[in-house]
Every structure is written in C-alpha cells, then in structure tokens.
Design a protein around this ligand. Structure first.
Ligand SMILES: [Fe+2]
Length: 138
C-alpha cells in the first residue's frame, strides 16, 4: 500500500499541504523499508526523522489554526498529542520487536490510516477558516 496525497486533503495553505505531502512520503518510505527487510538501525533513523518532522509540522499547523481562528484548533491540538503518544509507543515496540509482521500492519493501521483520517477530518477545516479570514479583510 502506498499513500497518495489528493485534493480531498487540501487545507487551503500551500505550506501545510506541502508538509502533509512530505509526511506521507516519509510514511511510505518507512513502510517500504520495513517490508523490504531493511536493517533495524536504518529504520530507527527513519523513525527519528519522522518523529522530528511530525513535531515540527504539528506545531506549524497548530499556529496556522490559531492565526485564522479555526474552530477545530483545540480538537486538532488534542488529536496531535494523541498521535505523538501512539507514535512513541510504536517506537518503543519497534525497539523490542523489530519489523515484525504485526508492526508492519500497525504502520498501516495505526500511523498511516490515522494520518489520512486526521488530515481529511480535522486539518481540512483550515480551508474554510482561511477563506473566512481573507473575506473579512476585503
Ligand atoms: Fe492536524
């Protein structure tokens, strides 16, 4: 399974969309590295990059939501905390289990499915707020 960004994930902010595309690219890379049986060290490096990227992206996106007074801002912040907790647990498990078949399934179910659902369900709420803010200025 390879995730593909499409316009149903558009947030109305090109910088945030580009970050989502990069996030999806990194998740695909992680999944493929596991499926191809890459070494534990290499995968741990990918997980480190991903963790750093996610934290930076979440904080950028939260700032954008606040800037445009998006009604989903609080729900978004809570969802991000929830994801970071899950991701941390996932990394701990990887340290113990390595790329077991169960872990590979979890990359898809726990991480990838979550990210897509979250972008479509919460992050896209940014678009309406961006439009509202732009209209208020004219
Ligand atoms: Fe988000």
């Amino acid at each position: 399974m390879t995730l593909v960004w499409d316009t149903t994930m558009s947030t109305g902010i090109p910088r945030i969309d580009a970050q989502h595309q990069e996030l999806i690219r990194k998740l695909n890379g992680l999944l493929h590295a596991m499926q191809k049986g890459r070494g534990k060290e290499e995968i741990e490096k990918l997980l480190d990059f991903l963790a750093e990227y996610v934290i930076k992206h979440f904080s950028d996106e939260e700032a954008e939501m606040e800037r445009v007074n998006c009604p989903a801002a609080i729900a978004n912040r809570i969802a991000h905390q929830h994801f970071i907790k899950r991701f941390t647990e996932f990394r701990e498990r990887f340290k113990k289990e390595g790329a077991s078949p169960r872990i590979v399934i979890d990359v898809q179910k726990t991480l990838m499915d979550w990210v897509i659902m979250h972008i479509r369900g919460v992050d896209t709420k940014l678009a309406a707020s961006v439009t509202r803010k732009a209209e208020a200025r004219t």
